[in-house]
Design a protein around this ligand. Sequence first.
Ligand code: ACO
Length: 335
Amino acid sequence: MELSTMQGACILTTGSAVPDSTISNHEISQVVDTSNEWIVTRTGIKERRLLTGCNQSVIDLAVLAAQRALKNIEMNPQEIDLIILATSSPNDLFGSASQVQAKIKAVNSVAFDLTAACSGFVLGLVTAAQFLQNGAYHTVLVIGADVLSKWIDWEDRSTCILFGDGAGAVIVQACSSLNNGILGFNLNTDGNYSHQLSISYKENRLVDFKPPIMQGAFDYITMNGKEIYKFAVSQVPLSILKCLQKLDINLDKVDWLLLHQANERILKAIADKLSIDLMKVISNVSKYGNTSAASIPLALDEAVQQDKIKKNDLIVISGFGAGLTWGTVIIKWTN
Ligand code: ACO
């Protein structure tokens, strides 16, 4: 869908945060039956960051990423009107965004969580753009943060090798429609395949009321890796092509392909399908693994810090994952 640009929306700055603790493939192979060679060959992942120690949660990482983004442009947090926290690993099922709001002292903002797994950041950014482009708000903080290490079965070698913890943030602001930086999007969900990747709620206790009430708890991550792989490689290129066609932009105009950092093989296969040069693919999956909603803003922040991304560059961003949900947002870098 092409955004009706009553006014524009631009990313002003980025920030990110990862835990200090690094866990290598070698260390994981001491716990489950796997090897550095298997993990690197199948995924490209060499190490990941994990939140260790007590009383630390997704909020700590989200706050740090947000504060770094604010500091980059010396913005007063009171200028923020809205905070969207994309996460699937909140530390409170009622939502974690309000705790982020309080910790960064964004006292004038409303804050809510958005749950869409690895597509969460793309959906968060598109949601932010709606509020900005229709004039409802002026400044929005979008954070993608996940601590999936809390939801992994560390005895399941098919999932524990993949995930890492992290957070990334962007500050998006209304601007003139001539400078619009969020050009268009394409979003999709197919709930028929939700069972292929989930952290499901399982009932296991009966409370003896009349009528009786069942209670339960959330399980570990379960995933059909092969199906998710096939889904990503077949659906993401279609989403990108639809989005570009709608905007009448040719593939050769794309400067950067920034995909959810799930697996190096998936990034290469999608770039291949679109005939996009691998030099244009932003990738840091080898260092952080799959950080779910954090992966795209974390990689974006790193690319910005490394001065890879230049003013007016066209960036194609796609997220995909549990839901199943997937989507693309096309950005012109206006800084
Ligand atoms: N070490 C060694 N062997 C392993 C491991 C491991 N860590 N994990 C699985 N194997 C074995 C399997 O048991 C299987 O053995 P078998 O042939 O004797 O049965 C063999 O390796 C092949 O297993 P596959 O699952 O077929 O391996 P595949 O090549 O598909 O790679 C992987 C698995 C890496 C998970 C891949 O399917 C993948 O990346 N899929 C996408 C996953 C993904 O991106 N998920 C996140 C989405 S984002 C979100 O929303 C959270």
